[in-house]
Design a protein around this ligand. Structure first.
Ligand SMILES: Nc1ncnc2c1ncn2[C@@H]1O[C@H](COP(=O)(O)OP(=O)(O)OP(=O)(O)O)[C@@H](O)[C@H]1O
Ligand SMILES: O=c1ccn([C@@H]2O[C@H](COP(=O)(O)O)[C@@H](O)[C@H]2O)c(=O)[nH]1
Ligand SMILES: [Mg+2]
Length: 200
């Protein structure tokens, strides 16, 4: 990583999709991809891919962090995200579940590219817990169990939510209540994108 942003906000659009564990980030991103042609990059998925890549020097570190609901050092995550952006033909990206911590937000915007828009999916822990326990019946994710979910909630509140607060000052954050059905939540998200970006 260098000390200056490598990419320009004038040439590309990066939207951060933030929210607690199980708030529905991935679900809403899938719908935005269909309607607005963004490339969806889930930081968690990229880390899981890297963890499983034979020969990865970060495999064990990533696995331990995910199991404990902790945050993987930003050098690893930013390198994976940056590589995906540079390799892509697109210039519209939804970055789901990143930045997870204030220093990550500052580093990514300074060294890679500034974000255009932030969606914050607001959800109670009660609803998120219910969704994640249900997802855990089939997901196979090592962090979809009650013990890890509670740790993930703590990490979100203490380290990740301050990222949302930070971006609020820039006026880029749109807070979306997300305890209703997928379609009802998307009916709130879609107009935000429709106003800023052309539909496919
Ligand atoms: N609005 C909704 N109503 C009911 N269930 C939902 C809703 N949105 C998502 N879900 C379900 O909740 C679970 C979590 O959703 P999703 O994977 O999109 O969340 P996430 O924020 O990406 O979670 P994580 O942070 O763990 O990656 C999934 O099983 C999904 O089908
Ligand atoms: O930027 C990130 C994103 C994720 N992690 C780790 O992965 C898990 C799962 O993330 P999901 O977004 O729920 O898929 C998360 O609890 C962290 O341990 C990360 O460190 N940095
Ligand atoms: Mg997800």
């Amino acid at each position: 990583m260098t000390s200056e942003a490598k990419l320009s906000k004038d040439d590309m659009t990066v939207c951060f999709i933030l929210g607690g564990p199980g708030s529905g980030k991935g679900t809403q991103c899938a719908k935005l991809v269909q309607d607005f042609g963004f490339v969806h990059m889930s930081a968690g998925d990229l880390l899981r891919e890297e963890q499983q890549r034979p020969g990865s020097e970060y495999g064990e570190l990533i696995q331990n962090c995910i199991k404990e609901g902790k945050i993987v050092p930003m050098e690893v995550t930013i390198t994976l995200l940056e590589k995906k952006i540079i390799e892509s033909d697109s210039n519209r990206f939804l970055i789901d579940g990143f930045p997870r911590q204030l220093d990550q937000a500052l580093a990514f915007e300074k060294e890679v590219v500034e974000s255009t828009l932030i969606i914050y999916l607001e959800c109670s822990e009660e609803v998120m817990l219910k969704r994640l326990l249900k997802r855990g019946e089939t997901s196979g994710r090592i962090d979809d169990n009650k013990e890890t979910i509670l740790k993930r909630f703590k990490t979100f509140l203490e380290l990740s939510y301050p990222v949302v607060e930070h971006f609020r000052k820039s006026g880029k954050v749109h807070t979306v209540p997300c305890e209703d059905s997928v379609e009802e939540v998307y009916a709130r998200v879609k107009p935000i994108f429709a106003e800023l970006f052309k539909q496919k």
